[in-house]
Design a protein around this ligand. Structure first.
Ligand code: FMN
Ligand code: SF4
Length: 438
């Protein structure tokens, strides 16, 4: 294990994670001692439009994967329209490898609750929802407890802190489906329907929950709001890069000495993150990695110094996504890893559109054939052709994301595929997996 140098340790910028190790961090008493609800008091004295402007000025971009500017999204909510407005927090966190929102809600749930109240006040919503993944029982308990504590202290409910502002906050557990993280499928699920994406336009900003103006934001996005209110836009922008401001929680997993969450200014590199995480496990050398979860194209060892911000990762041919960096070594097989991810996307495809529903079904079968030692050179063309028919032709981002590891692994690691096809690598799957595969 390597010990990080002081200059690399200085890359850590604990803002959202700063309370996680405090004793009983999830209790309101601890939270209040550590700046908790001070931002809310300040925000309630400001005009809602000024808060939207502050978030615009900070350059905060959504932490749910797409990096959409948060202040701009809030500004799309029509005002004076006479309709109820809603804030919906996306706490589904289903992207493989992603592990930032659940630890945040488990260790510091009040950071999210306070962010919800400020954001709701800014967009003039009197009802907010946190849609949390059904399997996240522990985090949901902590969150529900925090919401109750906030009600008891007068931070939620009627006439919050005697400001005249009312807000009801509901924590809703989903049934556990990756597609329910897609914001419009999430809204359908919250309304009690089967979670499937909606046709856009109209967008949630005008026709969201119950056909009313709605902001959907990720947990990390909303939890960033109280520190911005307290610290100001310039302080927030002093971290990160010009177009990707602020700190970000990078969740590192895989063949590294110390997997976990590392909060750093955006633009940190994987080389620096690896140093913070104690380096690779003994006997392992970096071979490939995802910069932002399994929906983002794989990168290779040559990308160690790519700045991990929205622009830097895009320039390297991938996507920052959820900053879930999954690290694989020379002892891992990119063909097999891609197959496992495809099994996931095939399983989670909601079936609404043909390219994703059928394409993933067939690609899984092609991978099984290759991994069972029965693949052909033509199979590689079939994979690329199938991806071509899914990417940009699917109804939502799940289909697009499923193609990422296929095309990128073929780009960087074609030889691994050829080794299976030409018999140099022993089959990883038995022929039994091919039943019904042709
Ligand atoms: C298949 C799919 C799954 C998604 N899952 C999540 C998720 O679990 N959490 C999340 O915040 N965003 C997820 N998103 C992105 C959301 O649709 C949406 O962009 C995000 O919640 C907006 O919040 P932000 O602007 O704060 O990032 C997913 C998108 C797709 C296409
Ligand atoms: S891309 Fe996949 S998940 Fe999205 S709507 Fe189509 S079938 Fe459903």
């Amino acid at each position: 294990m390597t010990t990080p140098r002081p200059e690399t340790l200085a890359k850590l910028t604990p803002v959202l994670t700063k309370r996680w190790l405090s004793p009983d961090a999830w209790r309101i008493g601890t939270y209040e001692q550590l700046d908790g609800y001070a931002a809310l008091r300040k925000a309630l004295k400001a005009h809602p439009d000024d808060l939207i402007q502050l978030i615009k000025d900070s350059g905060l971009r959504g932490r749910g994967g797409a990096g959409f500017p948060t202040g701009l999204k809030w500004g799309f909510i029509p005002q004076g329209d006479g309709k109820p407005h809603y804030l919906v927090v996306n706490a589904d966190e289903g992207e493989p490898g992603t592990c930032k929102d659940l630890p945040l809600m488990t260790h510091d749930p009040h950071a999210l609750v306070e962010g919800v109240i400020i954001a709701s006040y800014a967009i003039r919503a009197n009802r907010a929802y946190i849609y949390i993944r059904g399997e996240a029982v522990h985090a949901a308990r902590r969150l529900r407890n925090a919401v109750q504590e906030a009600y008891d202290k007068g931070y939620l409910g009627r006439n919050i802190l005697r400001s005249g502002y009312d807000l009801e906050l509901v924590v809703h557990s989903g049934a556990g489906a990756y597609i329910c993280g897609e914001e419009t499928a999430l809204l359908d699920s919250l309304e009690g329907f089967r979670g499937q994406p909606r046709l856009r336009p109209p967008f949630p900003a005008t026709h969201g929950l119950y056909a009313s103006p709605t902001v959907v934001n990720n947990v990390g996005t909303i939890a960033s709001v109280p520190p911005i209110v307290l610290g100001g836009a310039d302080w927030w922008k002093s971290m990160g890069t010009e177009k990707s401001s602020g700190p970000m929680i990078y969740s590192l997993s895989g063949r590294i000495a110390n997997p976990g969450q590392y909060e750093c200014s955006m633009g940190v590199t994987l080389r620096e993150l690896l140093e913070l995480a104690g380096g690779m496990q003994p006997g392992h050398n970096l071979r490939f990695w995802t910069p932002g979860g399994s929906s983002t194209p794989l990168l290779a060892a040559e990308h160690l110094d790519v700045p991990l911000d929205f622009e830097g990762v895009a320039a390297a041919g991938s996507i920052l996504g959820t900053t879930a960096t999954q690290i694989f070594s020379d002892q891992d097989c990119p063909v097999y890893a891609t197959y496992r991810w495809l099994e996931f996307y095939h399983h989670e495809s909601c079936g609404k559109c043909t390219p994703c529903r059928e394409g993933n079904y067939w690609m899984v079968r092609v991978y099984r054939r290759i991994l069972a030692g029965q693949g052909t050179h033509e199979d590689l063309d079939t994979l690329l052709d199938t991806c071509d028919n899914i990417l940009g032709r699917s109804f939502c981002g799940l289909g697009d994301g499923a193609t990422s590891s296929v095309t990128s692994s073929l780009k960087y690691f074609k030889q691994d595929y050829l080794d299976y096809i030409e018999g140099r690598t022993a089959p990883k799957l038995s022929e039994k997996t091919l039943v019904g595969a042709h």
